[in-house]
Design a protein around this ligand. Structure first.
Ligand code: SF4
Ligand code: SF4
Length: 274
């Protein structure tokens, strides 16, 4: 992958992908989207969540239907890293918008970042344990479920109401909406805070991306500390090392490097050229 240039091709491409998948996610949840049901069922996105598939499979003690797509995403994560988080996840896209104005993204020291980043793995473990004991959590914590609930329970009914169609969305529980607003507010202060600290689906992708073949390489780093300030995931440490499992391939560090020294390259099992 080419080093940073004046034109942020990969950042532009990422934003296009994010907008496309967000619109797709919203559209299949609308009444009009029901017409797409034969080719793209509404559960497509939910079953693309390996977390959802694992929880259902543990609950029913069999492979959940539609698990194949989630399995493919996990395999792709082992090749490309957390591409889903940076390029596809509708929650990640909304969170990026919420944190877009935050220019100074390094909020915590490397040590604190390491501690808080581990919280999501405990949440993932807890959810899997609860599924093993058949405790009904109704998709709690899964960003795809949170987004689906917010869009179908509040946003679509609110738009329908404003356009004159009668909807009783005020009778819905406000809890999912409150959680969503809190996630967005937190991300406006600490970019991607939900993804970094709490998201159990992100934790699953982080575990798989430890083996990713695509990785960040800085061949001639001058230690200027620009990229640790740039990284929305706190994935780059002060000394320039990066935590592969936290990287969502946003590509910001490629273009922020004043020496155009950062690139993404395939892992060389015999050692990357330095
Ligand atoms: S960490 Fe979770 S919410 Fe964030 S982008 Fe990844 S899957 Fe989506
Ligand atoms: S390491 Fe680079 S590409 Fe990865 S999340 Fe941080 S800024 Fe984005």
């Amino acid at each position: 992958m080419k080093k940073g240039t004046g034109i942020k091709q990969f950042v532009i491409a990422r934003r296009c992908f994010q907008v496309f998948f967000l619109l797709l996610f919203v559209s299949i949840l609308t009444p009009a989207g029901e017409r797409l049901a034969d080719i793209l069922p509404a559960r497509f996105f939910l079953r693309s969540s390996p977390l959802m598939v694992i929880r259902i499979s543990i609950g029913i003690k069999a492979i959940a239907s539609g698990a194949g797509f989630a399995f493919i995403i996990l395999l792709l994560t082992m090749v490309f890293g957390r591409f889903f988080c940076g390029w596809v996840c509708p929650m990640g896209t909304v969170i990026d918008c919420a944190g877009a104005l935050k220019k100074k993204r390094k909020v915590f020291t490397d040590r604190v970042t390491g501690w808080i980043s581990s919280v999501k793995f405990y949440i993932l473990g807890l959810l899997i344990l609860l599924a093993a004991f058949s405790v009904q959590t109704r998709g709690a914590g899964d960003p795809m479920v949170i987004m689906a609930r917010v869009i179908s329970l509040y946003i679509i009914p609110a738009v329908s109401m404003l356009s004159g169609a009668a909807q009783n969305y005020f009778t819905q529980s406000w809890l999912p909406l409150l959680l969503f607003v809190l996630i967005c507010c937190a991300s406006a202060v600490i970019p991607r805070s939900w993804c970094r600290v709490l998201c159990p689906l992100g934790a699953l992708y982080a575990l798989m991306s430890r083996f990713a073949l695509l990785e960040r390489v800085a061949t001639d780093c001058s230690d200027c500390k620009v990229c640790p300030e740039t990284c929305r995931m706190g994935a780059i440490k002060d000394e320039g090392n990066y935590v592969k499992s936290e990287c969502v391939l946003c590509m910001d560090c490629v273009y922020s490097c004043p020496r155009h020294d950062v690139k993404f390259a395939w892992h060389h099992f015999w050692g990357n050229d330095k």
